[in-house]
Design a binder for this molecule. Sequence first.
Ligand code: SRM
Ligand code: SF4
Length: 566
Amino acid sequence: MNRQFTTLIADLGQFNSNELVKFSSKFLRGNIDQGLKNPVTGGMPADDPLLLKFHGIYQQDNRDFRAQRQERLLEPNYQFMVRLRIPGGLLSKQQWIGLDAISRKYSDRGIRITTRQTIQLHGVRKRNLKACMQALKRIGIDTVAACGDDSRGVVCGGNPMISRISREVQEIAKRTSNRLIPRTSAYEEIWYGESKSLHSANEEPIYGPLYLPRKFKVGFAIPPTNDIDVYGQDVGFIAVVRKERLIGFNLCVGGGMGQVDTRDDSYPRLAQEIGFIKPDEAPEVAEIIMEIQRDHGDRKDRHQARFKYTLDRLGLSWFLNVLQERRGKPLLAPYPINFTRNSDDIGWQRGDDGLWQCTLHIESGRITGALQDQLAGLYQQYGGFIRLTTNQNLQLTHIHDYELPQLKTRLDDLGLAVLTEPDLQSANTLTCVALPTCGLAMAEAERYVPSFLPKFNQVKSSHGLSGLPITLRITGCPNGCARPYIAEIALTGRAPGLYNLYLGGSHTGNRLAKLYASNVNEVKILELLSDLMKRYKTLAHQNERFGDFLVRTTLLEDMSELIENQ
Ligand code: SRM
Ligand code: SF4
């Protein structure tokens, strides 16, 4: 067995309890198979919900009914969220048609595009889990490592203007994803009923029996678009293109958004650019960095277990030395790069290969009800690929000139053309799922947008700012699933109807926002924003972004003390 694994196992007694669960799980088997067969409960016993995450599945209960059920002494309304693994977010037409059917059969809230350009199905019942996973397999999709202490779905940005390079980067992202994926055969055994192989101590050559201390996120960005928020990734690769060739990637490390409001040693962190590598080196570099985190991440305190904390605890120069030692060579100096935005361009764009793509804005990434039916009508006719974006949108890609008129007519007929020209603010707004499914939500997010956005727009319009795009992100708790801490304006949930207000992130995702007011309600939020917008209207430079203005005019620093809800 790998020497590093033996060292970790020797320290197991000092680690947090999740580590023992992973170690004893026989490479993620646990008792999942038996738990699935137990008809007496809709949930899974003991440690299995934790192990299920590595299989891309979260045990949840519908929180809208939690209190009612408790009163009636019923067990929680258990259901499962299934998160798919779709590296780079690219799907064929057939996969979409298949997914549409699978979601109608097994999910109770349609399809949800996530901020990591994959899909979640909510409300899947335990009795249907296996069938759902097998149906996904039939369309070539699995859920391995979509959650859990492993490398999560590798995200890849898009840039339709340089289609060839986008395809090249997409290919490298896929190779990186394949390289980082867990190898255990537990997944095939449990979900597809494939015969049990005798598991051996070497079943996970990269991860070992303890897997990672915490989740690990990798992403590829293609300037000038920072749609993936590369500085929010544990490891980010920024494509460097010179003379129309991909010459390599700037390497960034140590990004992460999650924080808990109650701990001083918990914070969001931007990744820093530390060097440059050649295109083909990316999968190996990602693996080496993941292994460094595997060996040195904090396994005692899960709050401190993310790679960003490992870097801050052990230091960047320590990390660079270890990376160089394990790679056998130093990094080259990073190239200058320039991001102009982290939002998606909605509507029609033509690539350098002459093919078109059309980005449809999907509010909060939720496709359900009438929208799901309209899109289903579209898939029947549309022949190209579909790409999901990290801004929760859906792109129709690979469209030829001759297909354009018919597709435009079809979008019109189906009432989908509005999604190509959404309200400007809506297109710059990102929200997490939050209630009713997220067990960690303290306030509404996805369900809050339809009522909050018109009021926010009203405030903007009262200051003549309707045409100003402002990145707005809303999450139901501080964990930061919609990457709020890099938005120009962010609300993070604290309690029902109360949020922390963060301000001053940049439009390109390269600056952290600051906490401006804590535990504020909607009235106060709108009042504070109205005051700042009024100042923006009179003092901002031409074309100055709202977040940049707040930082330049030191309006955020001027706060004598943090505003608290009265
Ligand atoms: Fe997240 C936990 C949803 C992207 C940081 N996230 C959760 C869970 C699974 C709640 C739980 O642990 O019980 C949420 C499930 C809600 C539900 O009902 O569906 C959840 N996270 C999401 C999604 C669906 C948000 C969305 O509305 O799209 C995103 C799914 C991504 C995917 O497809 O893989 C999602 N989560 C993110 C991101 C953004 C990103 O990765 O670019 C972050 C911030 C980046 C980061 O990781 O630092 C993020 N999620 C968290 C955290 C805080 C982690 C930390 O370091 O402290 C948690 C809580 C945890 O892990 O303990 C969390
Ligand atoms: Fe849940 Fe919080 Fe993530 Fe929103 S930010 S999905 S409330 S964990």
